[in-house]
Design a protein around this ligand. Structure first.
Ligand SMILES: Nc1ncnc2c1ncn2[C@@H]1O[C@H](COP(=O)(O)OP(=O)(O)OP(=O)(O)O)[C@@H](O)[C@H]1O
Ligand SMILES: [Mg+2]
Length: 454
């Protein structure tokens, strides 16, 4: 995929941002510059969160976090617009912040349907528990005492009241019967109270489908509520299949000391706290957001997995073409060896251990320098996740890299993953020099303007 255009009307420090990216440029790698606080990280995180999180319900919480504190001035506002080329077709995605109603209909119907469906699930659970207790009551009525079989059936019910009874010495069958009857009565009450849920669901679902129809007529998708009064919509010609494909092709890499706007306000506070651990919040986000990466050192396990992948690819080729050339393994070894000066990296024959060598001396991963580890982690991240035909947003890639390496990383990124588009938020002059001036995009330097005014 290729992001051809970004337009952001207003989001935090970003105002009237408009960037075009030329697909025919080589390399497809675009440095993004500005002064400190110019909005580079804000921009990368906004693009990532909107594109990666909008089309998966389980990622919506991160959009809600991002849009918390969004000012409530205009009723309908275009937040951001993206032109994306995917599989040679152009799509426009316009993200709109809207009030809670549309075409005379109320977006709360989405929440209402979810709530009733949840209640119905609970109701189904009660029904199952009720039936099982009814069965037990039947078995009890045909029994004369608390037999071992009956006792097992009682334990299987997982009811606190029944398990308490098993601890009462000499509890009689009548004692058990009475507890079961009480439980059945309470279930009957709950179930009867919910008897009108099905028809309520039908009514709300009908309203929801009417609203979906109106949205569809205008090429709109409802994404999520982000507070009580406002929702996020997406206007697009792409269908949901295309949108999920696009979602999964957007990546964000950043230093772990960064404030991430898609974390909750509470999680963001952890960055300033000595007692609490911000890295735990980041790890949690990483489990939910597959394509989010911080430049932490890739474990030796990942390097081994990259070798395994290369070995398996060579093996597949050998089976297909009846000729083993070990091409993928050789490429992986060469690429890794070329950026660790005077050091070699490989794995043992059983693919169980990573070995770094300097001359004849064997080194452990922890013997590598900060910059070496950083480069290695980026390389392994790209390789291990097989990031290809993707939009890769990278923040401050230059930290810990010597100016020569900042210059070289541009070509290395292209070499390691040829079909990606990179947007690199950076302060590195060396990195920009490795490209033509037309590759470089810049956010307006608002701080300079203000200091001139003063
Ligand atoms: N709600 C807001 N509205 C406007 N500006 C805000 C808001 N919240 C934060 N800001 C400011 O927006 C700026 C965002 O900076 P951001 O991290 O995106 O900049 P950056 O270009 O990545 O800077 P750096 O190069 O230092 O990393 C900060 O100066 C921040 O104080
Ligand atoms: Mg930044």
């Amino acid at each position: 995929m290729f992001l051809k255009r970004i337009q952001i009307e207003k989001f935090r420090v970003l105002e009237n941002v408009y960037f075009e990216f030329k697909q025919k440029f080589t390399p497809t790698l675009f440095p993004l510059g500005s002064l400190n606080g110019g909005g580079k990280s804000t921009l990368l995180q906004l693009v990532f969160t909107l594109l990666h999180c909008s089309f998966y319900k389980e990622r919506h919480q991160y959009l809600v976090n991002l849009l918390a504190n969004f000012p409530a001035d205009a009723e309908i506002t275009t937040l951001a617009q993206f032109d994306i080329n995917h599989n040679d077709e152009d799509f426009c995605l316009e993200f709109i912040v809207s009030a809670n109603h549309y075409d005379g209909q109320d977006f709360n119907v989405f929440l209402d349907v979810d709530e009733i469906e949840e209640k119905l699930e609970e109701h189904k659970k009660w029904q199952a528990e009720y039936s099982s207790l009814l069965e037990l009551e039947k078995d009890m009525s045909s029994s004369k005492r608390v037999t071992p079989l009956l006792e097992t059936q009682i334990r299987r019910q997982h009811h606190r009241e029944l398990s308490m009874m098993t601890r009462v010495q000499n509890a009689t069958l009548d004692d058990y019967k009475s507890v079961v009857r009480d439980l059945l009565n309470s279930y009957e009450e709950k179930i009867n109270n919910n008897s009108s849920l099905d028809s309520l669901l039908e009514t709300e679902k009908h309203k929801k489908s009417q609203l979906l129809e109106s949205l569809k007529r205008n090429g709109m998708l409802y994404i999520t509520h982000f507070d009580n009064d406002r929702v996020l919509l997406c206007k697009t010609t792409a269908d949901i299949d295309i949108l999920t494909q696009i979602s999964n092709r957007v990546y964000l890499a950043a230093p772990s000391t960064q404030v991430f706007l898609f974390l909750s306000d509470e999680q963001k506070q952890h960055i300033f706290s000595i007692e609490s651990d911000y890295s735990e919040c980041i790890s949690e986000a990483k489990t939910d957001l597959e394509n989010f990466f911080t430049y932490d050192f890739a474990s030796s396990g990942l390097i081994i997995k990259a070798f395994e992948k290369a070995r398996d690819k060579d093996f597949e080729n050998a089976l297909e073409f009846e000729d083993y050339d070990g091409k993928h393994l050789k490429k992986l070894k060469n690429e890794l060896n070329s950026f660790l000066y005077e050091k070699t990296i490989t794995v043992d024959k059983k693919l169980s251990k990573v070995i770094f060598k300097m001359g004849n001396a064997e080194l452990l991963p922890e013997d590598l320098s900060h910059g070496e580890l950083k480069k290695l982690s980026i390389y392994i991240w790209l390789k291990y996740h097989a990031i290809d035909d993707a939009l890769v947003l990278m923040d401050e890639i230059e930290i810990a890299l010597h100016p020569d390496w900042q210059y070289e990383i541009v070509h290395e990124l292209q070499e390691w993953s040829k079909n990606n588009q990179f947007i690199l938020a950076t302060h590195s002059y060396g990195l920009c020099e490795a490209l033509t001036p037309s590759h470089v995009i810049e956010l307006e330097p608002k701080l300079i303007k203000e200091s001139i005014r003063v």
